[in-house]
Write a protein that binds this ligand. Structure first.
Ligand code: F3S
Length: 405
């Protein structure tokens, strides 16, 4: 691929070993995918930050970068990690895991990462503008940035995003180019969509059917907002590898799409029911953990949870864990939501991720969630039973300890 003189100098190592390594990775990626050149990125979001995903090899790699004097060249936020940073000790997370996790975060800090520890960086200050080139990892954040914000990123892995952060560049291919952002299939939604769970199931069904491609979605209610589309996109990127969707009248590039000649799919309520049955255990179980916030909860979701829990009590022995970012938690504190939730026995966990939580080690056997993504990964990565339901069903399970749906 074509490199400018400055990029060639980076590749020769004239600005240090870390940048040389980053360029080597990006040039290799560009060659694989046929990029003609590099493009500057405005923002980066790095995944693979949890010890459970990067392990000791990750610590070794990051230490090597830090020793070579690596500094990030563009504002870069980090994905959630294996422990809730605000209360891992209180909740009995293993000390050894916490020590390793904190070591990883301190290495990122030494390189100048902005932290965040969230999968909704777009709610806490890392907000790319329409049309800007970015290099984001974390599938739920990628699909949100591409679809809802109209920024341009490929489905980066943690290493690719880190390399971009070090030099401020990414190879120009894939979703960075307008021609690859065109819709490839039209999806007509004929299902009733009420709760964010319905959107989560819908996204999962779309991902399963399309696998890869760019859906143009018609038939979503006009009131579908951040919470609903965040849930839908995350699921789409879980059952499929979708990085971009267009939703008529809801997303910024949808109006530019032409649907003539596109293959068509229809999704109805029976298909959402099938997804729910596939991801959920039957009723009659005793639930010991209700986990909400995959992707991390927004302020409006915290408000809805607080309204439901006000004056009620979570059943003794049931954990109600609400995953979000420190930034959103602070807003929730100001608004009084956090006090209500904590008084009811719920726990706001910042920086953690239900999927990367060592559920077995801390004694979780039956987990309830309203997220198809959390259900999918908890079923495949953990030895736990999973129940999936609406926000209200999950909160009722937290109050009673029973899953009856
Ligand atoms: Fe976020 Fe973890 Fe879910 S990164 S989207 S809470 S799997």
């Amino acid at each position: 691929m074509y490199l400018t003189k400055d990029e060639e100098a980076l590749l020769r190592g004239e600005e240090g070993e870390a940048k040389r390594l980053a360029m080597e990775i990006l040039v290799a990626l560009g060659d694989i995918y046929g990029a003609e050149r590099m493009v500057k990125v405005d923002s980066v979001h790095i995944s693979g930050t949890s010890y459970t995903s990067c392990g000791d090899a990750g610590i070794h790699f990051l230490s090597r970068l830090v020793r070579s004097g690596a500094k990030l060249a563009v504002p870069s936020t980090l994905n959630p990690v294996s422990i809730p940073l605000n209360r891992w000790r209180e909740l009995g997370f293993p000390e050894r895991l916490a020590a390793k996790q904190l070591e990883i975060l301190s290495l990122y800090k030494l390189m100048g990462a902005a932290g965040g520890y969230t999968c909704h960086p777009y709610l806490v200050g890392n907000v790319p503008r329409y049309g800007s080139h970015i290099s984001w990892a974390e599938s739920s954040a990628i699909v949100y940035a591409n679809s809802m914000l109209g920024a341009r990123t490929n489905r980066e892995g943690g290493i690719g995003a880190l390399a971009s952060a070090l030099v401020g560049l990414t190879p120009l291919y894939g979703y960075h180019l307008a021609e690859n952002r065109r819709a490839t299939v039209k999806v007509e939604v004929e299902a009733e969509l009420i709760d964010a769970l319905d959107y989560s199931l819908l996204g999962y069904a779309i991902g399963e059917l399309i696998i890869d491609g760019v859906p143009l979605i018609a038939g979503l209610p006009s009131q579908a907002g951040l919470d609903e589309l965040k849930a839908m996109g995350a699921s789409m990127a879980t059952s499929g590898s979708i990085a971009l969707f267009h939703a008529l009248n809801l997303t910024p590039e949808a109006g530019l799409m032409k649907d003539e000649g596109l293959p068509k799919l229809t999704i109805d309520s029976s298909m959402l029911k099938q997804v729910r049955e596939k991801l959920s255990s039957n009723g009659g179980l005793t639930v010991d953990c209700v986990a909400l916030g995959c992707p991390h909860l927004s302020l409006s979701e915290l408000k809805r949870i607080a309204s439901f829990l006000e004056g009620r009590k979570v059943k003794e022995g049931v954990r109600l864990w609400l995953f979000t970012s420190e930034g959103i938690k602070r807003l929730g504190e100001e608004a009084g939501y956090v006090d209500i939730i904590e008084a009811a026995g719920g726990r706001i966990l910042t920086g953690g991720c239900v999927v990367h939580t060592p559920l077995e080690e801390i004694g979780v056997e039956v987990l309830a969630t309203n997220s198809a993504k959390a259900a999918h990964y908890c079923l495949s990565l953990h030895e736990v039973k999973v129940c999936i339901g609406s926000l209200k069903e999950c909160l009722e399970a937290a109050l009673t300890g029973r899953w009856v749906y």
